[in-house]
Design a protein around this ligand. Structure first.
Ligand code: ASP
Length: 423
């Protein structure tokens, strides 16, 4: 039975990274593998910049694009030496798709432009990895995820049509006709029924890995990261973090939902539904066992902290001092849904409803304009939100030192605090 390995951007940020990935794959030749790979290094950010420049008709679009092409060209030279290998043409032809777009007028839907341009990062990285694996004797097939993962046309957040996707993935893999196969495909991207490319949301390659594993009934997925496994906090915010050896699906889905960036939040459900184990391991120390996420009864052995910066607390009040009740709550929820704004935490009182969301100037202004039609709205920017799973008073005291608390929401196992540094 096949297993799925997912390699993120950090693991393929340069030629040495690709060689290291090939080494790891080489150690697992005894089984069938589907390799899901992200765009190299920070290329998705660069392609986002390019999309923005293109849509705004800024002068620097060509310059940004040239840098992206050069970055990949240097890696190709490092990997293959001279330019005689056919992958050079393949990559140049893939980039031509962007050239064509840049010559045209942008599509009126920003998100459509985004998906057609940003997805090229994954197409290119997967072609380079596949070619390099073949070059080093690890024979593999390159698979176009756009023909396997079928989505609707919600650009930048494609919703997967699971039945169609299952059929396509099984068909592609059965066609491979070999006992032990090696396939290389792209994370993050899918295709619509009109053959346009969609993306599944930032960091969505983990989700791709889970989709493949679910459709192929794999026993496990391994996400190879630059950390030793799942930690109880992001080392960016805490010096002393602890690695968690085993984690239940339940704790994992809660942590990712609240913003733990180690795994994309949509990854856990398809795996839990089929009892597929998820390993999070280090591509720097691939012999280490990392973390296993499974159907475990025990809860987290240590409190876990998730920090979110750039938060905005929005408080909504009925204009006529009437109660916040189910009817206006459902209207407020509908408005958030229409603007595709996720509520990170919320709380209500008799005449107010407060919501903490990520800062996104454009989306928030549009939402607030709609809310203002019926409600009085106040908001506070530049806040932090911390979520503590399996908290106690000590862990709370640790994070609120020198902070001013604006909102605190507690359930039995999870505490969320929206706060601001004291001036
Ligand atoms: N390349 C995409 C991103 O950076 C998807 C991924 O890496 O998962 O968000």
């Amino acid at each position: 039975m096949a297993e799925v390995f997912k390699f993120g951007g950090a693991s393929v940020k340069d030629a040495d990274g690709i060689k290291n990935v090939a080494k790891i794959i080489g150690l697992h030749q005894d089984k069938s593998l589907v390799i899901v790979v992200s765009a190299m290094g920070k290329i998705t950010n660069a392609l986002e910049e390019l999309t923005d420049a293109f849509v705004k008709k800024a002068d620097n679009a060509v310059e940004i694009f040239e840098k992206i092409k050069d970055f990949h060209h240097c890696i190709l030279i490092d990997l293959f030496g001279d330019e005689s290998h056919p992958v050079f043409d393949d990559i140049a032809n893939t980039f031509v798709e962007i050239d064509w777009m840049l010559e045209d007028e942008p599509h009126p839907d920003y998100d459509f432009n985004y998906d057609q341009i940003v997805s090229i990062g994954e197409l290119v990285s997967s072609k380079i990895l596949s070619a390099y694996l073949n070059f080093s004797g690890l024979t593999n097939n390159w698979l176009d995820a756009r023909g396997c993962i079928h989505t609707d046309n919600t650009y930048r957040e494609g919703k997967v049509d699971w039945e169609k996707t299952r059929q396509s993935i099984q068909k592609c893999v059965n066609e491979s006709n070999t006992n032990n196969y090696l396939m290389v495909t792209q994370g993050f991207i899918g295709g619509t029924s009109e053959n346009f490319t969609t993306t599944l949301g930032r960091e969505g390659s983990d989700y791709t890995a889970a989709i493949f594993a679910s459709c192929l009934d794999c026993p496990s997925v391994t996400i190879w990261k630059d950390v030793p496994g799942v930690l109880n906090a992001d080392p960016k915010w805490f010096d002393q973090t602890e690695k968690i050896d085993q984690l239940s699906y339940h704790d994992a889905i809660e942590l990712t939902y609240y913003g733990a960036t180690v795994i994309h939040p949509k990854t856990i459900k398809p795996l839990q539904n089929k009892n597929i184990q998820l390993f999070v391991r280090s591509f720097i120390n691939p012999e280490e066992p990392g973390t296993v996420i499974s159907n475990l009864e025990n809860h987290l052995p240590v409190a876990s902290f998730i920090f979110k910066m750039n938060q905005v607390l929005i408080s909504i009040f009925p204009k006529d001092f009437s109660f916040i009740v189910e009817e206006n709550l459902s209207h407020i929820f509908q408005l958030f849904h229409n603007h595709r704004i996720k509520m990170n935490t919320m709380q209500n009182s008799a005449i107010s409803f407060s919501v903490c969301v990520d800062q996104n100037e454009q989306k928030l202004q549009a939402l607030i304009a709609d809310l203002n039609e019926e409600y009085k709205v106040k908001y506070n920017e530049n806040l932090e939100m911390v979520t503590i799973r399996w908290y106690d008073q000590n862990t709370i005291d640790r994070v609120i030192e020198n902070k001013h608390i604006l909102l605190e929401v507690k359930s039995r196992h999870t505490c969320q605090i929206v706060m601001k540094g004291k001036e």
